[in-house]
Design a protein around this ligand. Structure first.
Ligand code: CP
Length: 329
């Protein structure tokens, strides 16, 4: 593996190998082995053009636990605000000797440009590009699903997510998390149903490897998902009036009130889930819009654990890219 740009680039064996490596990393953390020497002398650059809490801190923590040096770059306060291009920013980082560049960018495709332009010679990891992909989020979600629903620790090793049903609910249109999860969950053998209002489903969704529904109550009552993954309503990606009042516009379905009534996860819908089902959310959450406090804080919610698992998964990705065999995907 040379770069990690898209969940769609991972075949089943590569995805399972990353999850297994992450399980090994998690085991070291659980044994309170704080640091592994694996990436001593290597440099990881976190190149963030878009805001992040979880992903940036998680990559920084992962790199440091593997003993790498970390440089954090945020577009805010950098020469990007003076108009410096992605190319010149990349060339500057290359001159400083980065071994891996973890990039988040508002433009879909920016990490691909970085990886294939020749501007940097390092491994490139996509930490979220526009509405396109967020592959490490999909990996940490798969890791969490496997731990809870397939087998924790050694019991899960070598296994995918065969036969599981995952409902992904909400603002699919703007969600790189949904796209990445549809790709990876399908690769790992799970069945996915996207549940959203028609205005928040993208054109062409019929060609995705999943089912779609406009009716959350129907899916919960008739199709017993093993996990429900609530998506954040991404108001910042909705132009005024473009997609619906939920994004700040007027006169379109759904209003925030309608959205919560039709698609929000609350105590009533929580009670419709099978006993073993888990509640997921990539964060940050809009409490009271796509998820109620009851649901977010319930014993079925694994939202905080997703964050913990993100560190082990990102350790596995950095380890595989920088210490494992590097070959073209
Ligand atoms: N899930 C996720 O990408 O969160 P951040 O935007 O906080 O990184």
């Amino acid at each position: 593996m040379r770069h990690l740009l898209s969940a769609a680039d991972l075949d089943r064996s590569a995805a399972v190998a990353l999850l297994d490596t992450a399980a090994g990393m998690a085991a070291t953390q659980e044994r309170e082995i704080k640091k592994l020497p694996t990436l001593r002398g290597r440099t990881v650059v976190n190149l963030f053009f878009e805001d992040s809490t979880r992903t940036r801190i998680s990559f920084e923590t992962a790199a440091k636990r593997l003993s790498a040096d970390v440089i954090n770059f945020s577009a805010k306060g950098s020469s990007v605000s003076k108009g410096e291009s992605l190319k010149d920013t990349a060339l500057t980082l290359q001159a400083m000797g980065a071994d891996a560049v973890v990039v988040r960018h508002q433009a879909s495709g920016a990490p691909h440009r970085l990886a294939h332009s020749g501007w940097v010679g390092s491994a490139v990891v996509n930490a979220g590009d526009g509405t396109h992909q967020h592959p490490t989020q999909a990996l940490l979600d798969a890791f969490t699903l496997r731990r809870h629903l397939v087998g924790a620790g050694d019991a899960g090793l070598g296994r995918g997510l065969d036969g599981l049903h995952v409902a992904i609910v909400g603002d699919v249109l703007h969600s790189r998390v949904a796209r990445s999860n549809v790709d990876l969950l399908h690769t790992l053998g799970a069945r996915v149903t996207l549940v959203a209002p028609p205005t928040l489903l993208p054109v062409g969704v019929d060609a995705w490897t999943c089912a779609t529904s406009y009716h959350l109550d129907e899916v919960l009552a008739q199709d017993a998902p093993d996990a429900i993954m609530m998506l954040r309503v991404q108001r910042e990606r909705m132009g005024p009036g473009a997609t619906g009042a939920v994004g700040g516009g007027t006169g379109f379905f759904p209003s925030a009130l309608e959205y919560t009534r039709e698609y929000g996860l609350d105590a009533r819908r929580l009670a419709m889930l099978p006993d073993h089902a888990i509640v997921m959310h990539p964060g940050p959450m809009n409490r009271g819009l796509e998820i109620s406090a009851d649901a977010a804080d319930s014993s079925r919610a694994v939202i905080v654990e997703q964050v913990t698992n993100g560190v082990a998964v990102r350790m596995a990705v950095l380890y595989t890219l920088l210490a494992g065999e590097r070959e073209a995907l």
